[in-house]
Design a protein around this ligand. Structure first.
Ligand code: NG6
Ligand code: CA
Length: 502
């Protein structure tokens, strides 16, 4: 009788526990790297550098060969990623200055909004570069808002823009970290402030010299874009940045291990200035760019490690990708060109960061979700603009037609259940030249923009006449078929115009 009663009680209790329970939602970690190219990882064919931690995601997950950021620069790619709208639809979404106001309307639905509504704890750690504060600009010495917290993040620990722009401080939620009110911070993008030294006038103070631009305020021996003064105790140390950000990311995972969480971990690596920690300096043999890549691989490894330690690996969807393609000399004398050693940051692709050619937006994409995503390689055409609707579908959140207008639910493609992905997508270059990919075909609209970015020596893909490539035999976009295939050219040009007007 006693046994019967206990087993009945046990049955009753377990039924009570499972009743009403929905299947567990996976945690989602999006590792969003900066300026990492299609050919930069050993899992994507690099032979001059090894990225074992990142390669582990590739081995245990799905490696995409035709995945795209929406733009060949940072701000518009991040805008599309978070809003599900192509950035070229909205003026003011080009590369943002470090004192720009927030470019996403807090009323707009965002990826973190969607996940927050599904009871996720959401965080952004790392590079923001979407502006902060009201139209008049951020109040650096007060409450800095609106910002990530007004866009659906529960927690934010960010660099306001990029590390080559002032202010060189971390912002945690609404405030600058370690800001001493007795030493207020001043920021200007127009005029020098007081007698502060600059890279232009005081090159003797620099440990890393600029090659183009980047010759204004000096912080930690590196000159930047923009002027700043004050806030000395709050200034970051570039060498420690990956450690600081990785620690915050790991901390967020640890604190939220019981909840479903979404972590948008936007690394500064491998953007300029490349000032990795001394334990990575000289280790890649490819100069500071390669060393920063090893540091990025380390950060990624730390994320995977904490998931293992907390037993979260199985129930966490890890996505690893980049905001745009690769660049060597992006403004500092860091020997990225001289020490390249035949490494091919763009792999077989033409162009690079800023470019309308494939290397501008076709980037590494890895998706790991043990038990749910079959490891392998996917050739599906996918875009980061689809993350919003795809993750909304994953967590069962409705999104209306007007919200996230360019985002499609491509969850099946991202999880490897659909081999084709999108029918078409649009790419945007630095000077807003648009391209359309449809199947194997790629159309680049005519543009009178420059052919070469002289500073970075990147082919920009601009041409006053239309370009048409068949990426199947010609992934390097060498043979323009516009003249020989006018029907295809017209079809793609018409479709691009239709989508533009949508
Ligand atoms: C460019 C900067 C470049 C980089 C880029 C933004 C100069 C001369 N060049 O204007 O160094 O900061 O903007 O990069 O200032 S991104 O990855 O954030 O889009
Ligand atoms: Ca970038």
């Amino acid at each position: 009788m006693k046994i019967k009663l206990t087993s009945f009680l046990l049955f009753f209790l377990t039924s009570l526990l499972s009743w009403g329970q929905t299947p567990p939602k996976p945690n989602i970690i999006l590792i969003y790297t900066d300026d990492l190219g299609y050919g930069d990882l050993s899992s994507y064919g690099a032979t001059k550098i090894k990225t074992p931690n990142i390669d582990r995601i590739a081995r245990e997950g799905l490696r995409f060969t035709n995945a795209h950021a929406t733009s060949a620069t940072c701000t518009p790619s991040r805008y599309s990623l978070l809003t599900g709208e192509y950035a070229w639809r909205k003026p003011g979404t080009g590369i943002a200055a470090g004192n720009a106001s927030l470019i996403i309307d807090p009323q707009q639905l965002t990826l973190p909004d969607v996940l927050q509504k599904a009871n996720y704890k959401t965080a952004v750690v790392g590079k923001w570069h979407l502006g902060l504060g009201p139209e008049s600009g951020p109040d650096w010495n007060g409450e800095i808002k609106p910002g990530p917290l007004e866009l659906g993040f529960n927690y934010a620990y960010i660099l306001p823009a990029t590390a080559d722009r002032v202010p060189c401080v971390y912002v945690e939620n609404h405030r600058i970290v370690n800001l001493n009110p007795k030493d207020p911070i001043q920021v200007s993008y127009t005029d020098p402030i007081g007698k502060e030294p600059t890279g232009k006038d005081n090159p003797e103070l620099l440990k890393l010299k600029p090659s183009h631009g980047h010759n204004q305020a000096i912080v930690n021996g590196v000159s930047r874009i923009g002027y700043m003064a004050g806030g000395k105790a709050a200034q970051w140390i570039d060498e420690d940045m990956a450690d600081v950000l990785t620690k915050k990311a790991v901390g967020f995972i640890t604190e939220n291990k019981a909840a479903p969480f979404f972590l948008y971990f936007a690394t500064h690596d491998i953007h300029v200035p490349r000032v990795p920690h001394s334990r990575f300096v000289g280790k890649s043999g490819l100069g500071l760019r390669g060393d920063a890549l090893l540091q990025l691989d380390w950060s990624t490894g730390e994320i995977l490690k904490i998931l293992d330690e907390l037993n979260l690996t199985q129930n966490t969807l890890v996505i690893f990708t980049s905001d745009n393609g690769p660049v060597l000399d992006d403004g500092y004398v860091d020997e990225a060109v001289e020490k390249l050693n035949n490494h091919q940051p763009a792999g077989p692709l033409r162009g690079g960061k800023y470019s309308a050619f494939e290397a501008g937006t076709r980037v590494p994409l890895l998706v790991r979700w043990p038990g749910q995503v079959q490891p392998g390689v996917s050739e599906a055409l996918v875009s980061q603009v689809d993350f919003l609707k795809s993750f909304a579908a994953l967590v069962g959140q409705p999104v209306t037609e007007e919200q996230a207008p360019d985002s499609f639910n491509q969850l099946d493609a991202l999880l490897g259940k659909n081999k084709l992905g999108r029918k078409y997508l649009i790419e945007q270059s630095l000077n807003n030249t648009l391209c359309l990919i449809q199947g194997n075909w790629k159309y680049i609209e005519p543009s009178d923009g420059p052919k070469i970015n002289k500073n970075t020596q990147t082919e920009l893909g601009n041409d006053p006449t239309p370009q048409l490539y068949n990426l199947q035999p010609d992934i390097g976009e060498k043979k323009n078929l516009a003249a020989t295939n006018p029907a295809k050219l017209k079809e793609l040009a018409t479709l691009l115009n239709l989508i533009k007007r949508k």
